[in-house]
Design a protein around this ligand. Structure first.
Ligand code: SF4
Length: 254
């Protein structure tokens, strides 16, 4: 088995960058992002489909409707790097909140545990968050170093089949984990009933449930904020904005 982690590539470099957390319960917190490549889902509206939507696959994506070939040449958007090299880059960035994102980072949780262990050996102030689709149960060693799970279960609007996107064993694990909060991406008022059904099925308190607009552009975000705000007030759910989309639109690595 390779000792390397597969990360998204930004230009010629691994996608590791310092910014503010843009979504969820830690929004606004200065953070270092590590973007893994590869996902076990293929959501229709995914805003990081350069982590899985390779040329030669038959996955469908919203951008298929645009002119031209919108799939990615894998070698141009993916690279391999050792846990040591990732830890070294993080140490140079002088920030202690580290976010594993993707793609689906839990596909590589053993190697990410190695990254975290190397950082904690240098400084116990490091904290780790994972952005996950909630379909993979964390291993004990990974869970031991994690501080927060931002779990984003996918709805029917992702166009994924329900057995792929909602795994009961994993959902129950996260529902019973106090480090986990749930963030649902909604695109239409009809999504409300689906979120409510998942909330009830897994007994998720409203203070742990966030709703976020589906939006890859500033225009889409502005169009959806109003009705989602009102939905959250009525249901007692939390609202999550998308700071990066609001400030930068579709730019990567910010
Ligand atoms: S789970 Fe997340 S990264 Fe994977 S396809 Fe869906 S939106 Fe994209």
């Amino acid at each position: 088995m390779s000792d390397e982690i597969v990360l998204a590539k930004l230009g010629d470099e691994p996608e590791i960058f310092y910014s503010l957390q843009g979504e969820g319960v830690s929004a606004g917190v200065p953070s270092i992002f590590i973007r893994t490549s590869g996902c076990n889902l293929q959501c229709y509206w995914c805003d990081t489909d350069y982590t899985w939507n390779w040329k030669g696959t038959n996955y469908r994506h919203a951008r298929d409707n645009l002119a031209g070939d919108n799939k990615f040449e894998r070698s141009q958007v993916q690279l391999r790097i050792t846990p040591e090299a990732i830890a070294q880059r993080i140490l140079e960035l002088k920030c202690h909140n580290v976010i594993f994102t993707g793609g689906e980072p839990l596909l590589q949780q053993q190697k990410l545990t190695e990254v975290a262990s190397k950082l904690l050996a240098q400084n116990s102030a490091y904290e780790f968050e994972a952005e996950t689709n909630g379909t993979i149960i964390p291993l004990a060693a990974f869970d031991a170093i994690m501080h927060r799970y931002n779990v984003s279960p996918k709805l029917a609007n992702s166009r994924m089949d329900i057995d792929s996107r909602l795994r009961s064993d994993a959902m129950l694990w996260f529902a019973n984990c106090p480090k986990a909060t749930f963030k649902f991406v909604v695109s239409a008022p009809s999504d409300e009933a689906e979120v409510a059904a998942i909330q009830e099925r897994y007994s998720i308190a409203g203070r742990r449930l966030l709703v976020m607009p589906e939006a890859r552009t500033q225009h889409e975000l502005e169009k959806n904020r109003g009705w989602i705000f009102e939905l959250c007030v009525r249901r007692g759910w939390r609202y999550s904005d998308r700071l990066h989309v609001a400030v930068f639109g579709e730019r990567r690595g910010v």
